[in-house]
Design a protein around this ligand. Structure first.
Ligand SMILES: Nc1nc2c(ncn2[C@@H]2O[C@H](COP(=O)(O)OP(=O)(O)OP(=O)(O)O)[C@@H](O)[C@H]2O)c(=O)[nH]1
Ligand SMILES: [Mg+2]
Length: 361
């Protein structure tokens, strides 16, 4: 498999896309300790009262159901938690630095890139993992007082926060599977809407292995799209590349059947795809699907073509070359994936990055 920003890998029954991101995380610096003495009436120099600095904030990863991919972490490389306040006189300890809490999808694995050490894995909603500790605050002169040393002037600076270069890794399973005859434009579409770079060519069977990519939409919304080799009539009997690759899309949330509008008989193409899916596996035929009428730039102008597809949940006229119709199709695909997920598990809603404007990618 090929893609950018991740490495494809096959595991067991289906194509597994490994979404990776590498980021630098730095804890906040601790505050310095203070040197101060109490002022008391009649006492020229009271006891030492310089307090310690606060502790710096840590960078904490938090597993969040609302995220499905690591796409948000491909836009920004450095994340830093808040630095602490310095200690003050009158035994006032410095304020602690604010933790930086970064939401990541469930299943995220974290490694230290320099040492290769596995730092941990976030599996359940709310799981937390500190990836960079804040620096400790330094002691103020009050801490150095002893019966024999009543006017210490020592103080410590705060420690620097821990700095680490980490890799986040997430194994993804495709949400949307593209199904079409060879040359239908599956790979062209994947390349247009994701960072994946599958092979594209004007001859059939240019794609020989599945490709996956992450489609990113506004507001941290994303889903995974799979492009598999084309299927032809009789594929379920082994013609062409057969249907061996269909197993890669058996667990997708929905399918998109591609029908080029410049074809002689778009209806026959659609019927053939449905029939091959059915013949391969009843479960696959049971996955919801929409129709993507592709290569609209080549077809008759405006809504000339549609197919009779009563079981589909939608039809979209798109061109992966001009981009026409793509936004609507992707929005509706996302909504469909979300709805299918909600029927299988109860997902939280809302924006996981809310309140994090300062560092939001
Ligand atoms: N004009 C036009 N050409 C397109 C469009 N989408 C794909 N093509 C062309 O159609 C040909 C086949 O595209 P691919 O993306 O390789 O098709 P595929 O479905 O991946 O084909 P296989 O991998 O062989 O199954 C290429 O020459 C593309 O440039 C489109 O929207 N408009
Ligand atoms: Mg292809």
């Amino acid at each position: 498999m090929e893609n950018l920003g991740g490495s494809g890998r096959s595991r067991g029954e289906e194509a597994v896309f490994v979404d990776v991101a590498s980021v630098h995380v730095t804890g906040g610096a601790g505050g310095a300790g203070a040197v101060a003495f109490r002022r008391e009436r009649g006492v020229p120099r009271g006891g030492p009262s310089g307090a310690r600095g606060g502790n710096g904030g840590g960078v904490v990863l938090v597993a969040d159901l609302r995220l499905d991919t690591l796409l948000d972490y491909s836009y920004r490389e450095h994340y830093k938690a808040g630095r602490a306040g310095h200690g003050e006189g009158g035994n006032r300890v410095g304020a602690s630095g604010k933790d930086l809490r970064l939401p990541v999808p469930l299943g995220t694995l974290v490694r230290d890139i320099e040492t290769g050490e596995r730092i941990g894995e976030l599996l359940e909603e709310g799981d937390e993992l500190v990836v960079a500790r804040g620096g400790r605050g330094g002691r103020g002169n009050a801490s150095f007082a002893s019966p024999t040393r009543q006017t210490p002037r020592e103080w410590e600076p705060g420690e620097w926060g821990e700095a680490r270069h980490i890799e986040l890794e997430l194994k993804l399973i495709a949400d949307v599977g593209l199904v079409g005859e060879p040359n239908a434009g599956k790979s062209t579409l994947l390349a247009r809407v994701t960072a994946a770079r599958p092979r594209i060519a004007e001859y059939p069977f240019s794609t020989l292995t599945p490709n996956l990519g992450v489609v990113g939409l506004s507001g941290s919304r994303s889903f995974v799209m799979a492009d598999i080799p084309g299927i032809i009539e009789g594929a379920h009997e082994g013609r062409g590349l057969g249907t061996q690759f269909l197993r890669h899309i058996e667990r997708t949330r929905t399918l998109a059947l591609l029908v080029p509008v410049d074809e002689k008989d778009p209806q026959a193409t659609y019927d053939l795809l449905r029939e091959e899916l059915r013949a391969h596996d009843a479960a696959l035929a049971g996955i919801s699907h929409c129709v993507l009428l592709t290569k609209s730039d080549l077809g008759p102008p405006e809504a000339g073509v549609s197919v009779d597809a009563p079981e589909s949940w939608g039809q979209f006229r798109i061109s992966a070359v001009t981009g026409s119709g793509l936004n609507q199709a992707l929005e509706d695909l996302w909504a469909r994936v979300k709805a299918e997920k909600e029927t299988s598990d109860d997902e939280a809603a809302g924006d996981p990055f809310e309140g994090a404007e300062a560092w939001r990618p």
